[in-house]
Structure formats: C-alpha cells, structure tokens
Design a binder for this molecule. Structure first.
Ligand code: ARG
Length: 461
C-alpha cells in the first residue's frame, strides 16, 4: 500500500524519523472505530444525495462493514500513512480498487473527519466518566449512611477545629463529585455537535446533507460554522478541564485517605489490595494507590496546560498542531476513568476506626466554639465577648469552670457563675456529641441533618 495522499504534489521518500514525527497512529487507536462510523454515515449521505453511484457505494459499504466486524488491520496503522484516516483509505482502495475506493473522500477532509471522530469517542468516554462518578457517589452515600453517628475531628488548617461526623465529611466529597459530574454533563452538550461536512474548513460544493450525517452519528446537531468546526478544540479543553477538576477532587480525598491511614491518625485501614509493601522494611503497608492517584491529578492538570498552550496561538483554521493536542485529551480522560472506580473501591473496602475518631474529636479544645455559642445563647454575652473569654481560658490551658471564670473576669470583667453557668452545664456543652447534635441546619453534621442530606443526595443521584 502506498501513501495515496503524497502521490500528487510531493515527491521523495521520507526518513523513518520524519514519518514517526508526523504520525498520530498511537493516539488514532482511540478513534479508529469511530472513523469507520464516520465513513459509513458519510457514505450513506453521499448515496442519499445522489453524489455517489449505487455500485461504488455498495462496494464501499461492504468493505466498511467488514472492517467494522474484524477491526482495522495492523497495516492500516503503519506510520508511513501518518494517520489512521489515510491508512484506512489506502486499505479500502487496495481492497475495492481506486475506481470505487477513491470515491469515499468526496466532499470531506481529514480535518472535519478527525474532529468528528474525536467528538464521537469523547462522548462515550464522558458518559463512562459520569457513570463512574455516579458509582463513586453511591459508595460515598452508602458509607455516609452507616456513619451519621460517627463523631470525628473536623479540621481547618489541618488543626483540630470542631467535632463533626464521618457522614458529614463523606457528604462533602459526594457534593464535590456531583459538581464534577454536572460539569461533564454541561460540556457534553458542546461536544455533541457534528463538524462533518466542514471539509477542510470552507465546506464543499457537493450537495451534502450535514444534518443527516449528524443524525446518523447520534449528534444533537451540527457544529455550524465550518471554519470554527474544524479548528475548534475548546470542547476538548473543557473535557480535559473537567477531568482535571474531577481528579483534583479525587486527589484531595486520596490525601485524606493517606493521612487517615497513618499510624498517628489511625482513623482507617485501607484494604491490602490497594497498598504496597517495602523491599526493605518488612512491616510496611503503604497507601500507594492513593498516592499514584494524587499524582495523576497533577499529570492531568499538566495535560490541560499543555492543551491550552497548544491552542492559544493558533490562527484559523486547521493547523497540524491540533494533532498534538489529542493525546493530552485521551490521557486526561483515561487517568480519570482509571482512578474513579479504584477510589470507589478503596473507600468501600476501607475499615474505619470509629472509636479512634471519636476519642480524637474533642482534642485541641475543639468544643470551644460551641462553648462560646452557649455563652451567647444562654448567658447573653455578645459573641465577640464570649469568643475572647473562651480564647483566654484556652490560653490559660483549660476550659474548666474555674479557669473560665477567671478568664471571664480578666477578659470581660464579668462572672459566668453569677449568670448561672454550672459545672454540669459546662460538662454537657464540652461533650463532643452536644456540639454535633445542635448543628441541625441544612448541610450540617447533626445526624438528623446528614440523614436528610443523604435522602436528598440519593434522590439527586
Ligand atoms: N492526524 C490529524 C489530526 O489528528 C488528522 C487531520 C490531518 N489533517 C491535515 N491537514 N494534515 O489532526
């Protein structure tokens, strides 16, 4: 088979180095199947519009259906063709002869062909990602439902801040992943438009029917302006960005799994299959899956930056630079699609040490905020005064009644016991369960609030 496209204008053999440099064959494996669908839709349209005769159309369709069943031969991926579009055309021409095989490319270009292929494959990858996010959200909601009463420390600045519940923490991630999914869904609308029929950029004088091919290929409509349609890759940039954001959420969760599984936190044990050991330290159980996932979020962010940078200087319309962008898209999507189910599995199989979480929850004066709030609600202090009194007591090292009373005198010139604060009430307020139980506002950590949230989120899911 010859490279059909070079026979006219260009002469001379090219070195392996040039061929390899120009070829997109590795990434084209992602779109080879879509390319056959694009060919079939284009061919059906050519026939329907009377642009191609019945005999060549039948011969071509037989060849395409065959290829669809058997898959493209390895020879079509040879780098001397530069890309799969040329490799596949050469194969078809060899198979049915140029008289018929040479008629398929009427009224189109590789520029609209490749853009259509990418959108078709990307659609199914995005649907896959959304499906996987749904699975992950379900796992989070199931785990949250088991842990509405599990008290744990809540952090700001990675310092113990206020007690919360494990359900509340898991629901925070479910909410973030729901947004990641919503972004994909929105991007999908812009991906799901057909560039086919744009040809090189200026469309074609053949009486084509773009709406028809768009419909056959399952698109919601056409990417109308033909110059924009062949040169636009913002749909891909959005998709990589969606993947990068989703991986960023996953990475944050991985970071917590890593922290929570340390010996000093001891909040959970990851299941052995997600961990690795050490070649020298026999005791080691390392959270490698979570670490690789955390790193992959960085790689996907890199794919986004690379892709944005490739596009930013490109004039209209098609430029070969765009070929260099596509592998970033596939790598971004692939990283997310590999990570999401693994993250779901890692969470589902983890065993949470709820006693340990609960025993840590009250440390670091984490109930101080609730105490200040109670001084406001029950003893009529302005919040800023209560904040100063409690803070002063913490500075003196304790929230017992005597220290608090001294702090109140010192920082506000008042007596809390004179206002009715008792040892017993103070003990109740400083209990971690108390602070959680009164945080019943929507979205909060109280068991009643998280139970309601879980019901809402399941409905949304
Ligand atoms: N392999 C190319 C790509 O991915 C296909 C389009 C080639 N078009 C061209 N004018 N050389 O962008």
């Amino acid at each position: 088979q010859k490279d059909q496209i070079r026979q006219g204008r260009l002469a001379g053999d090219r070195s392996e180095a040039i061929l390899h440099f120009l070829a997109s064959m590795d990434a084209d494996r992602w779109i080879a199947e879509a390319d056959l669908l694009v060919d079939m839709a284009h061919l059906l349209m050519l026939r329907r519009q009377g642009i191609i005769g019945e005999e060549p159309a039948r011969a071509l369709m037989a060849g395409l259906l065959d290829l669809h069943d058997t898959g493209l031969p390895e020879s079509a991926f040879n780098e001397r063709f530069e890309d799969i579009h040329a490799g596949k055309e050469a194969y078809l021409i060899e198979r049915v002869g140029e008289e018929f095989g040479g008629r398929l490319h009427m009224g189109r270009s590789r520029n609209d062909e490749v853009a259509t292929c990418i959108r078709i494959r990307l659609r199914s990858e995005m649907l896959g990602m959304m499906h996987e996010i749904c699975g992950l959200r379900q796992v989070l909601l199931d785990a949250a439902a088991r842990h509405t009463e599990t008290i744990m420390p809540g952090f700001t600045h990675l310092q113990y801040a206020q007690p919360t519940t494990l359900a509340h923490h898991l629901l925070a991630y479910e909410q973030a992943f729901a947004r990641d999914s919503a972004r994909l869904r929105s991007t999908y609308e812009r991906v799901n438009l057909s560039p086919l029929g744009s040809a090189a950029f200026a469309s074609t004088g053949f009486p084509i029917d773009r709406e028809y091919t768009a419909r056959l290929l399952g698109f919601a409509g056409i990417a109308a302006n033909t110059m924009d349609a062949v040169s636009a890759r913002d749909f891909a940039l959005e998709a990589i960005s969606d993947a990068a954001l989703c991986m960023t959420t996953a990475s944050r969760f991985c970071e917590e799994l890593i922290l929570w599984s340390t010996t000093f936190a001891g909040f959970l044990q990851l299941d052995d299959p997600y961990c690795s050991s050490s070649s020298i330290m026999p005791q080691k159980k390392n959270p490698d899956t979570a670490e690789i996932m955390r790193a992959k979020a960085g790689s996907v962010a890199g794919e986004l930056v690379a892709a944005l940078t490739i596009v930013k200087g490109l004039p209209m319309s098609y430029n070969r630079d765009l070929q260099e962008l596509t592998p970033h898209l596939w790598r971004g999507v692939e990283a997310a699609r590999q990570s999401l189910p693994l993250l779901a599995g890692m969470i589902q199989s983890a065993s949470f040490n709820t006693d340990r979480m609960q025993s840590e929850a009250g440390k670091g004066f984490s109930t101080a905020t609730e105490l200040a709030d109670v001084l406001v609600r029950e003893f009529d202090l302005p919040f800023r005064t209560a904040h100063r009194v409690v803070g002063r007591a913490v500075r003196h090292g304790s929230l017992d009644l005597a220290t608090l009373e001294a702090a109140a005198a010192d920082a506000a010139g008042i007596s809390l016991t004179a206002r009715g604060l008792t040892e017993q009430r103070l003990g109740e307020v400083l209990d971690v369960r108390h602070g959680v139980s009164v945080r019943v506002a929507p979205g909060g950590p109280a068991p009643a609030a998280t139970a309601a949230a879980i019901a809402d989120r399941l409905e949304a899911l």
